[in-house]
Design a protein around this ligand. Structure first.
Ligand code: GLU
Length: 466
């Protein structure tokens, strides 16, 4: 076996944000190149001038960066490759694989109408297609021609799609595609074919909304004498209800996920499994994914977006994440919520204590907030929990606070002794302590909470209520 250099590309049209389907296509193309030590290319297909925007280009670049899907070549912009496309059009005209067509748009429409009336598929009838011995019509004054590709008349196009298996389309189904408009601008399928050729793409992974374009692109590539890439058309991502993914199912734009407090590794792991499998493995790192990813285990059926699974993975990666890193993500959220950081415990330690049960960075901020605000316990709750039976125990606790070693273990032991001496059970002191120190009844383990707040804060807050 000889080594083949794998070259893949992600070729988004910058007409909106980077959506989950696009990100998954990018991830698979990237992983396939990485698996083989190949090259991953980013190509921006911006020839639709009306719908392409610089903001959408930026949104794509931001999304790729957030996910860490680095490209080795590009970004190439199709609008900057116009000279190259014109050059290829010229060569094809010279070689006879393309021809000038002087039919006006009105004539082409009339042609289609006639075919519809005959119950045929509307297509260009080949009026201007040169054939040996054929006399072409005379040119109408004032018509600027388009350039059409001379699609093979007979036979069929077959490719073995790495996702869908063998696909065959009869050439009769494909008419002579316009590859350059009257003003000389090249058309979509032609640009894609030229780019895939020039960029020596070996594997094209893309959404299955492009299946119909593939036979046209294959015919153009063949006419150019290009080697064909392998194609894989990934099925759509649907909502849990089987409908096309939309806002109703959760955010569709990848960049809404960092805003909602998701970690990129959770999104990557989620997308990796959404359309590909490695046995029963659900949780794996990008290192593993790069090693494992293959085209054999791509799923042929449509994938269903499951926000709960994404949240579950996010919880997993939050638990795994370094607390300093999490602190950098949580701090701005806390600041927005008006957190006070003076005399408060350091954030990484707090996160270590509260992060196990949260699903997002925003939930992590909520769970940390009790350490960063003035406690305002509810009066009725205080009355209920800070009873006359409990007060002496709390006073004893406050006294012992002065010289107890300020560690979780020592605090737990001290609390036990105080309880024993006053004939109380743990909740009877833990609840009022939580209330006066944090303002709420729900907190992580009381000894851990006390340790984090520190001696001075705990003593001051208990003293206030005694
Ligand atoms: N530009 C196309 C899109 O955004 C992708 C084309 C391709 O991958 O060949 O859908």
């Amino acid at each position: 076996m000889f080594a083949m250099t794998v070259r893949t590309r992600f070729a988004p049209s910058p007409t909106g944000f980077l959506h989950l389907g696009g990100a998954r296509t990018a991830l698979y193309s990237w992983a396939y190149a990485r698996h083989f030590g190949g090259t991953f290319i980013l190509r921006i297909e911006d020839t639709d001038l009306e719908r392409s925007t610089p903001e959408a280009v930026q949104a794509i670049l931001d999304g790729m960066e957030w996910l860490g899907l680095s490209h080795d070549e590009g970004p190439f912009y199709q609008m900057q490759r116009m000279d190259r496309y014109r050059e290829v059009v010229k060569t094809m005209l010279e070689q006879g694989s393309a021809y000038l067509c002087y039919c006006s748009p009105i004539e082409v429409e009339a042609m289609r109408e006639r075919m519809r009336a005959l119950g045929e598929k509307p297509r260009y009838d080949g009026t201007w297609r040169p054939e040996p011995g054929k006399t072409l019509p005379s040119v109408t004054e004032g018509v600027t021609p388009v350039v059409r590709f001379k699609n093979p008349l007979d036979g069929e196009v077959t490719w073995v799609d790495v996702v869908k298996g063998s696909i065959t389309i009869a050439n009769k189904e494909l008419d002579d595609l316009v590859i350059a408009r009257p003003d000389g601008t090249p058309t979509y399928n032609f640009c894609v074919a030229v780019d895939d050729w020039d960029m020596k793409i070996t594997h094209v992974l893309r959404g299955d909304d492009h299946v119909n374009n593939t036979p046209r692109q294959i015919n153009i590539l063949r006419a150019l004498g290009a080697e064909l890439p392998q194609y894989g058309h990934l099925p759509m991502i649907l909502g849990a209800d089987g409908q096309k993914l939309s806002k109703r199912h959760g955010a569709v734009s990848v960049m809404e996920y960092p805003a909602q407090g998701y970690l990129p590794e959770a999104m990557l792991n989620y997308l990796a499994r959404l359309g590909w499998s490695h046995g029963d493995d659900e949780i794996f790192s990008m290192e593993q994914f790069k090693q494992w990813f293959n085209l054999e285990h791509l799923t042929a059926s449509a994938a269903q977006f499951n926000p709960e699974k994404l949240a579950w993975l996010n919880n997993h990666y939050i638990k795994l994440a370094d607390n300093e890193r999490l602190a950098g993500l949580v701090r701005p959220v806390l600041e927005r919520e008006g957190a006070r950081f003076e005399d408060a415990p350091a954030l990484p330690g707090v996160l270590a204590l509260v992060k196990d049960r949260v699903h997002t960075i925003n939930e992590l901020a909520d769970a940390s907030m009790l350490f960063y605000r003035e406690p305002k316990p509810d009066a009725a709750l205080l009355e209920q929990h800070l009873t006359d039976a409990v007060r002496p125990a709390l006073a004893a606790f406050a006294e012992r606070c002065k010289d107890v070693e300020w560690t979780k273990a020592a605090l737990a032991a001290m609390l036990k002794e105080v309880l024993g001496a006053h004939g109380l059970k743990m909740p009877q002191i833990a609840m009022p302590l939580r209330l006066v120190v944090t303002g709420q009844l729900q907190t992580p383990a009381i000894d851990a909470v006390l340790e984090l707040f520190g001696r001075d804060v705990v003593m001051a807050r208990v003293a206030k209520f005694l």
